[in-house]
Design a binder for this molecule. Sequence first.
Ligand code: ATP
Length: 323
Amino acid sequence: TYDAVAIGEFLIDFTPGGISPAGNPLFERNAGGAPVNVLAALARLSKRTAFIGKVGNDPFGHFLQDTLRKEGIDDKGLVFTDRAHTTMAFVHLGEGGERSFHFCRQPGADEALAFEEIDSSLLGSAKVFHFGSVSMTSEPSRSATLGAVREAKERGAWITFDPNWRPALWQDNLHAKLTMEEGLKEADVVKVSEEELFFLTGKSELEAGAEELLERFPVKLLLVTLGAEGSYYRTRKTGGRAASYPVVAVDTTAAGDGFMGAFIGTMLENGLPAWEWSDGELRKALAYANAGGALATTRLGAIASLASHEEIEELVKGAPVTE
Ligand code: ATP
């Protein structure tokens, strides 16, 4: 069995990498994709993980497979194709460090995953099954993702979902919203940013948005990340906040994934589903997750920036959790 299995996009992120001797901007090859970042965060917490996704049978796809192996994530669910290239995204940094993504997907291998290609043993052996919405932007990966989630749920997994809204990947906002709603119908635990909560509910106020989301969907626990402000949680019974930790942020890539990985890690440690926990337990788990997110901002890169259990514990010890 696996502690956590995730499905979704796995691609090359080309991130700004300085200037060449000829004076041209350089781009650095990095493994990208939120579901794998979450698994890598969990692997760093000594959890058993496996990934389901598709890459091209090309040097980039092989590099991504090596990345999984290096991180200790089982790659038996990684499918290779000769019919599409490994998906690529170029990350541009605007003024003030704001990131924008330009995807080269025409279509990319990640979107070509079909439900029939999924190793079904992975759907029956996960305690937690995690997914996002990037793999639901087009077919056949949309049906593969939802099919896998439904089967894993039926076979006993807790379902965690991070919509991870990337506007450029959708036909339009309505398409994005309706598809994310399909995910919300299946998920037990959902993690969103404030911007995503507003997008999904139309409510700009945090409490009102959370209430609306829990009313319309069978979600049992909603987590909202608030950047340097920490995070917020809401179940059907209770809600609250946990402050983050003061860190010097240099790159926020994968902060949300570091947060989610750390949260899932505490859920696996506890054994009971998080929506049944007391406020005290939830706040403690959020504090741990906040520290996982905060540490990911202190180092460059995505996977490379994710923290170990010892580092997270150390940071949590340092600052009290506020009410
Ligand atoms: P993404 O990585 O896709 O931007 P996100 O919007 O969910 O995801 P953030 O809210 O930026 O991610 O960060 C996730 C968590 O990491 C926050 O809830 C917080 O706990 C922690 N965090 C992020 N930025 C900071 C910061 N500057 N200082 C302290 N903690 C931070």
